[in-house]
Write a protein that binds this ligand. Structure first.
Ligand code: 4NP
Length: 159
């Protein structure tokens, strides 16, 4: 069984592409890349077609993640037909997604950091208007939640 996961933030140029890149590496390292499909999108449409923010690309590269080939897209109604997990970076993203969600959606719509095991943060803070430390915090939080999400998916695939 394939599991399809969509990470969502506001612009799809900082947090959700970082989540896509990190989670893809975590899944590949666990040799589960043929069973888990990963994508990301933004609730807003300002950056459609753009590469991730250069600050996000370089912060990720310093930890061994390659975001350079990713391109921004906006969340679409069809995503609720295709993804088993739709994981929001903050409460504003989640509330936008909840208002798009069709009644028949059977998947998991929630905050990505609900899967984090070592942090009390509930949201991945938007780093766009801040400094470099914001991008490092984004990486820390996403690495934590990615490990937790992988563990849950491994249990699901074993079941
Ligand atoms: P992201 O960051 O949601 O993590 O991709 C942002 C990127 C762009 C904007 C806001 C947040 N913006 O307002 O253009």
């Amino acid at each position: 069984m394939d599991t399809r996961i969509l990470f969502v933030c506001l612009g799809n140029i900082c947090r959700s592409p970082t989540a896509e890149g990190i989670f893809r590496k975590v899944v590949t390292d666990a040799r589960m890349q043929d069973r888990i499909f990963i994508d990301s999108a933004g609730t807003g449409g300002w950056h459609i077609g753009k590469s991730p923010d250069a600050r996000a690309v370089s912060a990720a590269k310093a930890r061994g993640y390659d975001l350079s080939s990713l391109r921004a897209r906006q969340v679409a109604a069809a995503d609720f037909e295709e993804f088993d997990f739709i994981l929001a970076m903050d409460h504003a993203n989640l509330s936008d997604l909840q208002s798009m969600k069709p009644d028949h959606y059977q998947g998991h719509l929630g905050l990505f950091l609900d899967f984090a095991e070592h942090s009390r943060h509930r949201e991945v803070p938007d780093p766009y208007y801040g400094g470099a430390a914001g991008f490092d915090l984004v990486l820390d939080l996403i690495e934590d939640a990615s490990a937790g999400l992988l563990r849950q998916l491994q249990q699901r695939h074993r079941a």
